[in-house]
Design a protein around this ligand. Structure first.
Ligand SMILES: *[C@@H]1O[C@H](CO)[C@@H](O)[C@H](O)[C@H]1NC(C)=O
Ligand SMILES: *[C@@H]1O[C@H](CO)[C@@H](O)[C@H](O)[C@H]1NC(C)=O
Length: 503
């Protein structure tokens, strides 16, 4: 008998340990109706695809599954499928069984997507490397004009129906533009007015009711207003700036005039409640429409950036206690940082010259003032010419990967602006000083030819240093809407070798 009890207790422990966030919500009576994650299964029984990647070399796609039922993503299948080419996350599958998969967001009232047919960009498959439970995995790093959506959904709250939303995000990757959201939005991609959205917003846009400090904050995007509290025009003193590397955010709304915002550190500890009370004036009853957005606003406002690891939408207004169990599950999943790049490392403080592949003679990325182009330089060239192609490797200006400082122009770094490379300092007002640190940070990946390196833009991780036929250098992809995205010759044009600095 005691043996039997012991066995039962062991079984119970196993099932509790193995339960995913949606098992917890389902058991609590608030079923998941959308469950999205590129890093792990959100149900202990889920063994379907987590996401789809599409590669630039031949346009083929494959699905990435969990390593085991209920487990972490099998990142190795992505790594081999995407070897020596570029890869995009083209579908994020719904694990809830409702079929609410996300793909490139269509054109909306605020912004037309840049891709053919008016669709937004989708995320790089390697923009957000992390570890989950000791395994390598990839999150969804979104930048300007990048977003996912599903207008025709199944089971998502509409009208004044109750719902719960949580997401795990990178609390250090955000901006103050509209709007990095995950949740419920308009089905026609337009701004249909107050009450037509209920989404979790993350970023430093000062909303109709902001939180304390300078952000970022977890806010609710209820359309025509971001709310960290319910008093329009004032600060909610209980809503702090929150920027844990892995941040859990919660927004939920009840059938009655009650809603709540909560948050915490996705790596440890419990959730705090930042707001719980009546909705802001004019936001009850709600008129939710039931589309799902990720990384954009309800009208496809697409100026924001952020990183998504996992999130769900439920029916019903989840209790704080059930959400606390979900937070414990997220903490137990074990999110951690890992090396952000996989190409040949660079030595900080060393001088390098970046030699182009596929060109005769020795040709390097160089600069003349702020203009960047490919320059032929050899041992017989002048010292000035050698200096023009020599850069000191620095730790990345935004704290990630690396930056390249011109040896003959201290304080000036290679950066991209409007997709083209320049050598510039951080306060040149002509070229977006506010994004200088992010846009002058680059991560080495293996060269696309099979040797050397490719230099991925940290802030636009679908894009790599790429020379074009006239010798200018852009950040480009293997197939995309711009001239510097042509699939032809991408492999050679986006591969460089970091040599010892010529000067
Ligand atoms: C805002 O919420 C608080 C509770 O957090 C409540 O006491 C107050 O009445 C609400 N204000 C409005 C305008 O609804
Ligand atoms: C550098 O740029 C200036 C101004 O555009 C130009 O006059 C000069 O010839 C360039 N120098 C070289 C070495 O190309």
């Amino acid at each position: 008998m005691s043996q039997l009890l012991h066995a039962l207790a062991a079984l119970l422990t196993v099932s509790l340990v193995a339960a995913g966030p949606c098992d917890i919500y389902n058991a609590g009576g608030y079923p998941c109706v959308a469950a999205h994650s590129t890093t792990r299964s959100l149900l202990n029984s889920y063994n379907g695809p987590l996401y789809q990647v599409t590669r630039g070399s031949d346009g083929k796609s494959t699905n990435i599954y969990p390593l085991s039922t209920g487990g972490v993503a099998n990142a190795a299948t992505q790594d081999s499928f995407c070897k020596l080419t570029t890869c995009l996350i083209t579908v994020i599958y719904d694990q809830s069984g409702k079929g609410n998969d996300l793909s490139a967001a269509p054109s909306g009232g605020a912004a037309s997507g840049p891709v053919s047919g008016g669709y937004d960009f989708v995320a790089s498959a390697i923009g957000a490397r992390v570890k989950v439970g000791g395994h390598e995995a990839y999150g969804v790093f979104t930048t300007l004009a990048t977003g996912y959506r599903r207008d025709n959904t199944n089971g998502i709250a509409t009208g004044n129906q109750p719902e719960g939303i949580y997401a795990v995000v990178d609390g250090t990757h955000y901006n103050g533009n509209c709007c990095w959201d995950y949740g419920n939005a308009e089905t026609n991609n337009r701004d249909n007015g107050a009450t037509h959205m209920e989404a979790l917003y993350f970023g430093s846009a000062r909303g109709t009711a902001a939180g304390t400090g300078n952000g970022p904050w977890i806010q609710a995007d209820l359309e025509n207003g971001l709310f960290a509290g319910n008093q329009s025009g004032s600060v909610n003193p209980n809503s702090p700036s929150i920027n844990y590397r892995f941040t859990t955010g919660i927004v939920k709304g009840a059938q009655s005039n009650l809603w709540s915002i909560r948050g915490g550190n996705a790596q440890s500890g419990s959730l705090s409640t930042f707001f719980r009370g009546p909705r802001p004036a004019g936001y009850y009853p709600m008129n939710k429409e039931g589309a799902i957005i990720l990384g954009i606003g309800g009208d496809n406002s697409d100026g924001a950036q952020g990183t998504f690891y996992e999130g769900v939408m439920t029916t019903g207004f989840p209790s704080d206690e059930v959400e606390n169990q979900v937070q414990a599950n997220i903490v137990a999943a074990g999110y951690a940082t890992t090396n952000e790049y996989s190409g040949p490392a660079l030595t900080v403080g060393s001088a390098v010259s970046l030699q182009a592949s596929g060109l005769s003679g020795q040709q390097y990325i160089g600069h003349n003032g702020s203009s960047v182009s490919i320059m032929p330089v050899s041992s017989s060239s002048s010292e000035t010419q050698k200096q023009d192609v020599t850069f000191t490797v620095r730790s990345g200006n935004n704290g990630h990967c690396f930056s390249f400082e011109a040896v003959n122009s201290p304080g000036s770094f290679i950066r991209h602006y409007a997709y083209q490379l320049y050598v510039d300092n951080s306060d040149n007002q002509q070229r977006s000083p506010s994004t200088f640190a992010d846009d002058s940070t680059f991560c080495p990946e293996p060269g696309f030819t099979g040797s050397g390196s490719a230099f991925r833009s940290w802030s636009y991780p679908t894009r790599f240093f790429r020379r074009v036929s006239d010798g200018d250098v852009y950040i480009g992809t293997q197939g995309g809407p711009f001239a510097w995205d042509s699939a032809t010759n991408f492999v050679q044009q986006a591969t460089f070798t970091a040599r010892n600095g010529l000067a």
